[in-house]
Unconditional design. Sequence first.
Lengths: 288, 355
Amino acid sequence: MKNDKGKYYRRIRMAKRIVSHLFLILIVIFSIFPIYYVLLMSLSPLSNLSQMSVEKLIPNLTYLTTGNYAAILYHYPFLTWLKNTLIFSASATFFGVLLAISSGLALSRMNIPLRKVILYMMLILSLFPFVIMVIPFYFMFSELGLVNSYTGLIIAYSAGAVIFASWLIKNYVEMIPKDFEEAAQIDGYTKTGALFRVVLPIAKPVVIFALVLSFMGPYTDYALAGQLLTNPNMYTMAIGMYYVSQGTVSMNYGTYSAFAVLMGIPIFLLFFAFQRYLVSGFSIAMYK
Amino acid sequence: MATISLQKLTKDYGNHKGVFDLDLTIESGEFFVILGPSGCGKTTTLRIIAGLETPDSGKVFLDNIDITDYPPRERNMSMVFQNYALYPFMTVRENIAFPLKKMKINKTDIEQKVEEMARILSITDILDKKPGQISGGQRQRVALGRAIVKEPKVFLMDEPLSNLDAKLRVGMRAELKRIQMSLKTTTVYVTHDQIEAMTLADRVAVLNNGYLEQLDNPMKVYEKPANSFIASFLGDPPINFIDAELEKDGSQAFLIIGDSKIPINRDPGSYAGKKVRVGLRPEDIKVSSKGIPAKLTFIQPLGRRRLEHFKINSTGAEIIRASSSDQTLNIGDVCFIDFNEEKILLFDKENGKII
């Protein structure tokens, strides 16, 4: 006897699989296309968007050029900008996350006065976009003589990083059973010692996630750096990018794209290296 | 070797949670079990001894030194947690060595102690694995190793066997007892499992709602429970309770259960003519030619033993009898259930206290 019902359900299953795969392929194309487009633009001699057409989406090898890259690397102080950006990002990450570790551990594990008030303040502050702080920062820093200085921007960036990094670390540490640090206390450590010796290593995934995100903020910032830095030797890549691609008549999208690719490489490497932690980090960030 | 003494210990969490006015002395080298249902205050007591909680009032003494305000690290105790609390980012070797690192012991000695511990607990082959890569039973051994290796004055154990499957638990129970007997380290063990209390304890303290209900050796607590709560908490299958009335007829006392009148050799004293609760252990019930008429309603075979559920004809009360499997009674049979009068326990119906 033929099993028609079984066959029917097998077909349904197959159809569902095809549809879901098609859907996934579509999403992949949708997310990869901008990257492809930027890569293509960076290698093409076109100077502006009006020269772009659909057929040119398929690369023609005789036509591609590395001229845009050469222009950036040889005609502009790209390496200085890269160095500046790395100094700002790394310092802000270091100080921001260092503070966030202490405050995250304290907010989750210690009986600190005004704990609730602090938490609400953090939550409210994180609702404001960073851009609205540009003008207050500018007035404050010009009073203090911190415009056009490494110190000024590093303070501003660290402050931006510390809020959400503390929040992330606090949430993660709250999910770690207290038994670990209690065991360490019985085994000879002080309460603070136990937090750093035992809880912090367990929280490693979220700390790395916080490190990467804190790095990303200053690395890509344009608004604040654009206001506080006027000396071209202090420029970061984001400002350099704008400066370089500014043509006489219109934006030079070839140079702009090449710059974007160069700027993206360190971030790409960073994500690649810490992929494992970022996946769990993102799921924690979504969780609470 | 160390004596722990708790004096008037109180920790009130509100809602009748915590411990109240607890006085206890745990003798040196003793295996001391604190038994009670969840929320009875047993873990709180253990955590106060460990220094992880501060009591609202009262004192903790270790060898006559008041350690109430000492931090955990100054108490020279080790603790085994319910979920072991092995540090997940360290190997088994590092976990066991962890408490030694703060003790100013040189590296080779630490290494030696860890190896020896691993040998005793048969975990040599997993020393370089992480806790996530080993089984529950192995984790339990590692947790024990970490507790034993620093040779503390006191072992504290918070339901250490409750996460193991039944078979493993029986094995670990025996091993735990063996280790404690050879080390003779004072041990405070918290559990809600009466079998663990019965098998492990030199003495057992039964806690309920934060108050100490009884303190004695486990057999005494089983045979002479202070009240019906303890009677019901100890024993598997649990004790049967039957409502009855005490009556005195001249110099003879009787127990009236439904329409059965059973003579007993006890002086009912002020309870004559009053309602009481009779506690009857399942293993003390006999089927006989005289006694209380009852019907067998259900049988649970357990291999060599079986549990027979009876319904008393006159009152409808259900009681369970534990018997050997070679019994010939079948479901639906009506018989007489009888008991050795010395074995029955009588409780005040109002406050549950033993009479």
